[in-house]
Ligand binder design. Structure first.
Ligand code: ATP
Ligand code: LTN
Length: 327
């Protein structure tokens, strides 16, 4: 039997190249070898306010993006979190075994709550819902970008605590990080990860950005005061451009070094921009194809969610029984 993979992303903000290189590309690459469920986690998205109409539109757009990334519904199941009430139900049960101090320590909670005028309980509970997403499906492997490692550790801690208190119930999941492109940084500030919630115009390359706009962002990317690439002394901005190039081209370290060592920054940026545009154009053509067939998109999401719920229902039944609850 194939091992199960579960992973997910929020349909909030504009999906960017960091999401593709750090996440969606890996998702597509594991679909042949594992029983995959990929979640569009809209209940996570609403931990900060989302315009309701926008959120629904983004969820469908997001599904089309995943298909354009190469995820095939015949091989992998794409589900929508809010269509499967089992996620919120398990989250509550897990909340009751999670010490509040574990949640207050989460770095994402700390950084996200700094940006809010009022911090909701949802933002604090966010990682418990994430643990529920994973444990609901007994996922053995969870592919994520490295910003999610701490949440995965917490998921394991919650599962172990539950198993200790109520008996073996949950599989302890493993984190799978990508080898290249695990952390793509912002083009305007290469000390910050490329993020959907940053609003700066030159920050992220959106997967749906007009290719020429993406090219301009790369040409304006922050580098450093040196004139050309020097692998021994380069700053984070140059390293980030090289990472983007390497992740998209598949070149080896030696090839990258041989090609770029000593290259002037203007030429480096032109080369990286060419590679990025060469990726975006066919990607967006595939996206438009999937997005234009609304009926088929909705069918894909319903079927994926139905499959997921058939597994989730068993976990809920077992978990409730372990806790002495009724089902
Ligand atoms: P936000 O910054 O608003 O929290 P996000 O850009 O991190 O959003 P998510 O939906 O939270 O996007 O993440 C989707 C997936 O993309 C996750 O697996 C995450 O680890 C990965 N990811 C996000 N940003 C990057 C990045 N800059 N580089 C590599 N992977 C990333
Ligand atoms: N928190 C994650 C999204 C997410 C997730 C999950 C990832 C929600 N549930 C379950 C993997 C498994 C993020 O912000 N990238």
């Amino acid at each position: 039997m194939k091992k199960r993979v579960f992973t997910a992303a929020q349909p909030s903000g504009h999906v960017h190249l960091g999401n593709y290189l750090g996440a969606f590309r890996q998702w597509a690459s594991v679909q042949d070898d594992y029983d995959c469920i990929f979640g569009i986690v809209d209940l996570h998205a609403v931990t900060v306010y989302q315009d309701p109409e926008d959120l629904q539109k983004r969820t469908l757009e997001f599904a089309a993006i995943l298909l354009a990334c190469g995820i095939e519904p015949e091989k992998a199941h794409i589900m929508v979190q809010s269509m499967a009430p089992e996620h919120a139900e398990l989250a509550w049960m897990l909340t009751c075994v999670t010490p509040i101090g574990w949640l207050q320590r989460m770095t994402q909670f700390k950084s996200k709550s700094e940006k809010q005028v009022e911090v909701t309980d949802g933002l604090l509970q966010y990682p418990v819902l994430m643990a529920a997403d994973i444990l609901l499906y007994n996922a053995a492997i969870v592919p994520v970008g490295d910003d999610q490692s701490q949440h995965l550790e917490l998921t394991r801690d919650i599962a172990e605590r539950f198993n200790r208190l109520y008996g073996e119930t949950f599989v302890i999941p493993e984190t799978k990080l990508p080898t290249v492109g695990a952390r793509i940084m912002g083009l305007d500030d290469p000390t910050k990860k490329m993020s959907k919630s940053e609003t700066g115009a030159g920050h992220a390359i959106g997967l749906l950005d007009a290719p020429e706009a993406a090219r301009k962002k790369i040409m304006r990317a922050t580098t450093d005061s040196q004139p050309h690439v020097d692998f021994d002394t380069m700053g984070p901005g140059v390293a980030n451009l090289l990472t983007i190039h390497q992740a998209l081209s598949g070149w080896s370290d030696e090839q990258v070094k041989g090609h770029f060592q000593g290259m002037r920054y203007g030429d480096l940026k032109k080369t990286v921009a060419e590679t990025v545009v060469g990726f975006l154009e066919p990607f967006q053509e595939r996206f438009r194809g999937f997005y234009s067939d609304r009926g088929e998109l909705e069918r894909t999401l319903h079927q994926g969610t139905e499959y997921a719920r058939s597994i989730a229902a068993d976990t809920i039944r077992i978990t409730k029984r372990r806790m002495g609850l009724f089902s």
